[in-house]
Design a protein around this ligand. Structure first.
Ligand SMILES: Cc1cc2nc3c(=O)[nH]c(=O)nc-3n(C[C@H](O)[C@H](O)[C@H](O)COP(=O)(O)OP(=O)(O)OC[C@H]3O[C@@H](n4cnc5c(N)ncnc54)[C@H](O)[C@@H]3O)c2cc1C
Length: 317
């Protein structure tokens, strides 16, 4: 789903300046806020430093009918070279709390907290359940939104509740069931529901620090040997049922193939690396080339795991 909007009007910019003063940043390059380090400028950017700030800002923007997108770690989005016409709500709400005296034990995090950081904090207390996330680069909110997962587990498995604000519904607390999770997807993602995840709680079990740290060390080693370092969006495509996107791309002979500065990693074919100042269009052309080649050779339609933000044109394909 491409999130495309018209440039903000002068009236909207004045409204934003009046409301947010020096907190508002204008014409901000989004390449600084995405792990692929590509993307043009956003008309405006507003950081939110707590769950309440996040909720209040989202409510204001909805009320004022000013389009916005929330960005956490920017590790699952590809922003177009034209950027995004609207507001980027940058999630810096990062408080976490780990309750060891409750049953079950709970890790609570505001949605801007780094998920890997939360997993490592839990590990220091010998608490198990989310250690698989220790190296996922995004925010808790991004993981809850997209059901991030690795090494046979996922967000859904440990999530107990989510606090969120809905454009049509205000602040609510949802159970994990209400998120209607599927592979790398929630109802919020599938149905593009206007909502902002404010915080989430995860159930943990007591283990011991050595065991949990060992599991993290093993998964870190596995990642190092199977995934490339450097700027990328991580896994670009979802794995099709019963197969792996990386295997299909490799079998199509595309490992190492590049367009402009965007290159299919020779280490993991589902990773597209920003090797040499890639543009978003380099990424997009390569994505389409991969999809066409894999469909032609194997009859499989690779679906994007990452989300497209801004305008991308299919005209030349
Ligand atoms: C090197 C690398 C390794 C990766 N490894 C994994 C992996 O092992 N497993 C895996 O599942 N993924 C992996 N990813 C992908 C990515 O890290 C995850 O999808 C992550 O959960 C995205 O979080 P984010 O904060 O970066 O989301 P963003 O990219 O900031 O946002 C992605 C989408 O989520 C929405 N969103 C984000 N936060 C909220 C919120 N609070 N409320 C509502 N909507 C929100 C955004 O609006 C956007 O639509 C990897 C990525 C990279 C670059």
């Amino acid at each position: 789903m491409q999130k495309v909007t018209a440039p903000l009007s002068n009236t909207q910019m004045v409204e934003l300046r009046d409301k947010f003063g020096s907190v508002l940043q204008e014409n901000v390059s989004l390449s600084f806020y995405t792990t692929a380090h590509v993307g043009g400028k956003a008309d405006a950017l507003i950081p939110a430093n707590s769950a309440d700030e996040l909720a209040n800002t989202a409510a204001f923007l909805w009320e004022a009918q000013i389009p916005f997108i929330l960005i956490g770690g920017g590790s699952n989005v590809l922003v177009s070279d034209e950027g995004y016409h609207g507001v980027i709500l940058l999630n810096h709400a990062r408080n976490i709390r780990i309750d060891t005296h409750t049953t079950p034990m709970v890790a609570f995090a505001e949605s801007g907290a780094n998920f890997g950081g939360l997993a490592r904090q839990a590990a220091l207390r010998g608490m198990s359940g989310i250690e698989w996330a220790a190296n996922v680069p995004g925010s808790v909110g991004g993981a809850v939104y997209g059901n991030a997962g690795a090494f046979g587990s996922n967000t859904q498995a440990s999530l107990t509740s989510v606090d969120l604000i809905l454009k049509d519904g205000g602040r609510q607390s949802w159970t994990a069931d209400q998120m209607k999770y599927q592979y790398r997807s929630s109802i919020l993602k599938r149905e593009q529901i206007s909502a902002v995840i404010l915080s989430a709680s995860f159930k943990l079990t007591q283990s011991d620090e050595e065991t949990v740290q060992k599991a993290i060390a093993a998964s870190t080693e596995k990642r190092k040997s199977t995934q490339p370092p450097g700027a990328s969006t991580g896994s670009t495509f979802k794995n099709p049922e019963g197969d792996h996107a990386g295997r299909l791309i490799e079998a199509a002979g595309l490992k190492g193939y590049g367009i402009g500065g965007a290159v299919i990693s020779p280490i993991h074919a589902n990773f597209i690396i920003n090797q040499n100042n890639a543009s978003a269009m380099d990424y997009y052309r390569l994505i389409r080339h991969i999809q066409k080649t894999v469909a032609d050779q194997f009859g499989v339609n690779l679906e994007l795991e990452i989300e497209l933000v801004g305008h991308f044109t299919d005209g030349e394909f």
